[in-house]
Design a protein around this ligand. Structure first.
Ligand SMILES: [Zn+2]
Length: 461
């Protein structure tokens, strides 16, 4: 198809409508209410070949009409949008204009364009925390928030709060690929301080590029490959934390907490006395927030994630009582940690349900090391200390087999593929300003230089 006469974003004039724009979607957005009960609105961030950005705004009358269009990382031709002056009360990606998609607009997917994309921060996605939902006191609408943790090759980590559609769309995509060490490049974050705690947060102008292929991403991938090919970044980080964490007794945790430093990592070692009487080792969790779902007349649903489509995923939960010769403590483990503990992912465990927990771990014999962060995940009540473990290390057993799990095998394959790609890029491109491609959509974007996590945090603070 020949490219029609497209107009560049910088050349658009207010009130124009009879134009065609060729743009890549940087952030697709989602439908929200402007006020509780009011009509919906969806804002997408578009970028053209020249790197200029603009919001494409849809109101409820057209949202369903273009539901399957304007997806992140895809390029579209947009015919007949209405060019409007921006509302200066709101932040915008463009200094003067925005687009309103009309019922008469025509949107078609088109061949990918390669604009130059600035990015502020890049790192491995180490953790993707559960989605949190809240009601905005100002107008009663539902908001979403999800924290992610990025890590670089120096094991430096940074917490980033993704809001609203980024928490739901990009956050969920990261969570889905969490095991495969995805790399995220993010632009336009802002530092927010709340109760003396500073955190980087997304804004309405933030965009997230997953698995970019710029020089820094190649450096990160090469580092991961050289360091370890079968463990994910979170496991590497955990290994390092285990090595660095101060070993304490359960009694110190229970009775001398004030002598320890809040928010630091500690390690306890203990024997499992018994398992808590659980009917099941797993539960039906909401894929967004990890919370337990409930059976309703319309199927399983999550009471927290009411206005977004959810999936039910099985998730491990294991509670044990441990002792180390001082006191007894309850240790609760969720998800991936239990996978390490039991030796197979929950899906595999469900298939072999005849497997009894007593066949996997023998109480009173095996001693385990538990990694914990001294924060609200450690609680004292009725003389029993309760710990949500961040990770667990099994004592090295002579019988333990070193067969890589399915996840480890796929990570190894992915790393090999990235290494080959990195090699071919190294031979064909200059070190900076190399094309980056997204794993999932196969598009090319060029990116500018970035900074290391720590330097970026310092500067933005
Ligand atoms: Zn949920």
């Amino acid at each position: 198809m020949a490219t029609p006469n497209v107009v560049m974003i910088k050349d658009l004039k207010e009130n124009q409508s009879d134009v065609v724009i060729e743009a890549l979607v940087l952030r697709q957005g989602y439908e929200t209410e402007t006020n509780k009960g009011s009509t919906g609105i969806r804002k997408s961030i578009l970028i053209d070949k020249q790197g200029n950005m603009i919001y494409a705004i849809m109101f409820s009358n057209v949202i369903s009409q273009f539901k399957t269009l304007l997806h992140t990382n895809k390029t579209y031709l947009i015919c007949n949008p209405l060019v409007k002056k921006i509302n200066f009360n709101y932040v915008n990606v463009n200094p003067s204009i925005e687009l309103t998609i009309q019922t008469s607009s025509v949107i078609t997917e088109f061949q990918a364009i390669r604009p130059t994309l600035p990015m502020d921060i890049i790192g491995f996605v180490k953790n993707v925390r559960p989605l949190r939902n809240f009601t905005r006191p100002k107008n009663g609408t539902i908001g979403h928030l999800r924290d992610i943790v990025l890590m670089n090759e120096r094991y430096e980590t940074i917490d980033i709060g993704l809001w609203d559609d980024l928490a739901v769309n990009e956050g969920q995509l990261m969570k889905k690929n969490e095991d495969l060490a995805p790399i995220a490049a993010i632009c336009n974050l802002r530092m927010q301080t709340h109760n003396n705690v500073s955190q980087l947060k997304s804004t309405p102008t933030t965009y997230v590029i997953l698995n970019p292929q710029c020089s820094r991403a190649i450096e990160l991938t090469e580092w991961l490959h050289a360091t370890d090919t079968i463990h994910g970044v979170n496991e590497l980080w955990t290994k390092k934390k285990f090595a660095e964490a101060v070993e304490v007794t359960l009694e110190q945790l229970a009775k001398k907490r004030n002598m320890l430093t809040e928010n630091n990592y500690y390690c306890v070692q203990g024997r499992i006395k018994k398992f808590e009487n659980n009917s099941s080792l797993f539960y039906d969790a909401c894929n967004h927030c990890n919370k337990s779902t409930t059976k309703t007349t319309s199927g399983m649903s999550c009471f927290d994630c009411t206005n977004i489509p959810i999936e039910i995923v099985p998730r491990y939960k294991l509670s044990v009582f441990i002792e180390d010769g001082t006191v007894i403590a309850k240790v609760i483990m969720f998800g991936e940690i239990v996978t390490m503990f039991i030796g197979c992912p929950v899906e595999e465990f469900i298939k072999t349900r005849n497997k009894n927990i007593d066949d996997i771990i023998t109480p009173n014999i095996e001693s385990h090391r538990f990694l914990l962060k001294l924060d609200r995940t450690v609680t004292n009540s009725e003389d029993m200390i309760s710990i949500i473990a961040e990770s667990v290390q099994k004592p090295r057993s002579i019988n333990s087999k070193n067969i890589p799990t399915k996840k480890q095998r796929s990570l190894r394959r992915l790393n090999n593929a990235s290494k080959d790609r990195a090699k071919s890029y190294a031979s064909t491109s200059s070190k900076r300003n190399v094309p980056i491609t997204s794993e999932s959509h196969d598009i090319n974007i060029e990116c500018e230089d970035d900074e290391l996590l720590k330097e970026y945090t310092k500067r933005i603070k």
